[in-house]
Structure formats: C-alpha cells, structure tokens
Ligand binder design. Structure first.
Ligand SMILES: [Zn+2]
Length: 304
C-alpha cells in the first residue's frame, strides 16, 4: 500500500514538488507582466505630455511660412520618405504657426534639426491637434489644382502678372480693415486682358456685384471651403449660380471693378483678388480666411 502511494507520488507532473514548481513559474510570469505594466505606466507619466496649447487663429490664418521653407519641407519629405502634409502640419505646430517675426530655418537646419528629431517632435503634439490641422492643410493642398491665371499668361515677362504676400495689410475703403487674400496684379494694368480660371472643382455659390469686390465669384468646393475671386472686368459667358466648375475652367477676365456702385471701375490697379475661406471648427463660426499666398506659390511652381 505505502509503496504504491510512494510510487504514485513520484509520477511526473503529479508530485507536490511539480505543482509547486508550476506555481512558482506562474508567479514569475505574473510578476514579469506586472513589472512590464509598471514600466509602461511610468513611461507615460514621466514623458512630457503632448502639447495641447491653443494655436492663435490669427497665426493659422496668416500662415506666414516662407515659400522657400515650404518648398524645402516638400523636397526633404520626399527624400526622407515621410508624408508631406503631416510634415508641414508638425512643422507648423512646432513653430506655433509662425507668429510675426518668425525666422525660417535653412534647408540644412531643417534636415539636421527638424527631420533628424521628427519622431520626437511629432510625439510632443497630441494626435487630435495634428489631425485637425492636417485636415485643413491637406484639403487645401489637395483641392487647389490650378493657378487662377490661364496657362498662356503664366510668364514672368511683360505679358504676365506678379504678386506678393499682402495678407493682413491695411485697407481703408469701407472702413478700416485688413486684407484677407492675395492680389495677383496685371503687369500691363489692362482690364479685360488676363483670363481668370478656377483653382478647384466646385459649385458657384454667388456671382455678381459687390461694393468691395466689384464683379466677383464665390465657389464652394466639396470640402466646404470657399474660394473667392474679385474685381473681374467681365464673367465667362453663361456662367451662373449653381454651375459646377473644374480646375482651369474660365471664370472671367481680370479687371479693376469695385469700390462703388455697380459698374465702378478704375479705383485701383487691375488685379485679381483671391480669397480662401477655410471650413473648420477651430473657429467659433466654423470658417476663417486663410492666407492664399504659399498655396498660390506652390501651385504656380515657384516660377518667380
Ligand atoms: Zn485684394
């Protein structure tokens, strides 16, 4: 009887010692998991929290990144095989959307400081914030498919145009206000000469006269962004509210209409005013005018 029991006791897998060994192993595994969880938890607490700081809307609107830095970010994104829209977003967030007086880094500085630390810089911003601004910038870059001047006039010669960044410049007609767009000037200052085309796909929401904008057209893209073209000399024949338009489609001819009652012309030099109103809930009323300048330079291909 005793011998039998003794033998049974020592059968593999059933002895008390084996059970104790299994228990120990289980405890060790559980302890290991606990240590791991503690490390993960501590890391999350000790790492700096993502920057949830509020970006001033006037900075976002002015979007004062230089065309050169914009272009550098684009080429370096390609070289480093990272998504350009995300790179532009992270860079803009890191620079607090370029307050007045911001100094733009050289391409070398971008490569050595920004791109080398890209993962850490990205981690310092919340995913929510990244997504919000990535959507704004990505949508604009995606839907602006054409420069608003017909191809054959896209020259730096005397037949062409010129423009600079005048977003936020003072305007006095109709009360003190700030310029909420980019003016593309006719080098010949001749009304009715340069064909103006749509930058995007969209639907014409309004077409007609406005005291400030003269003969103007407002187009809604599918994203809900609003593209405003002002001071036409004349509209493309037959164009009316509700029409759908495509990038590159003729809208009318550049002029100098506005600043008075219907038909007023010649109060300023011949130019196209381009305004872009972004559809985003980062502002209370859900929309804000953004500076079209770098987007125009980008689609133009930095010709000048
Ligand atoms: Zn203007």
């Amino acid at each position: 009887m005793d011998k039998k029991r003794y033998r049974r006791k020592h059968r593999p897998g059933t002895s008390r010692r084996d059970i104790r060994r299994a228990e120990k192993m289980l405890i060790n595994i559980l302890a290991g998991i606990l240590v791991l969880l503690t490390i993960i938890f501590a890391r999350n607490i000790l790492l700096p929290l993502p920057d949830e700081g509020i970006i001033p809307i006037e900075n976002v609107a002015a979007f004062a990144i230089s065309p050169q830095t914009f272009a550098d970010l684009k080429s370096l994104s390609n070289r480093n095989n990272v998504n350009f829209v995300e790179v532009l977003t992270i860079f803009s967030l890191s620079e607090n959307f370029f307050p007045p007086g911001s100094i733009m880094p050289t391409k070398e500085e971008l490569e050595n400081e920004f791109f080398r630390n890209y993962r850490n810089i990205k981690r310092s911003h919340s995913q929510d914030q990244i997504n919000t601004y990535k959507k704004i910038l990505g949508t604009l870059l995606n839907e602006i498919e054409s420069f608003p001047i017909a191809q054959e006039y896209m020259t730096s010669g005397e037949n062409g145009y010129y423009f600079s960044d005048t977003f936020g410049a003072a305007r006095t007609y109709g009360g003190d206000r700030k310029h909420e767009g980019t003016d593309i000037m006719d080098r010949k200052n001749a009304r009715g000469r340069i064909p103006v085309v749509s930058m995007t796909n969209g639907v014409i929401r309004n077409i007609g006269w406005g005291e400030l904008g003269g003969y103007n057209i407002g187009i809604n893209s599918a994203s809900g962004n609003y593209y405003y073209y002002a001071h036409f000399d004349s509209f493309a024949p037959g164009l009316q509210q509700g029409d759908t338009v495509e990038p590159g489609q003729l809208l009318g001819f550049m002029g100098d209409s506005g600043y008075g009652s219907e038909g007023t012309r010649g109060m300023f030099a011949v130019h196209l005013h381009v305004g872009i109103k972004v559809n985003s809930d980062i502002t209370e009323n859900g929309m804000f005018w953004i500076n079209p300048y770098v987007f125009l330079r980008n689609i133009e291909g930095y010709r000048d």
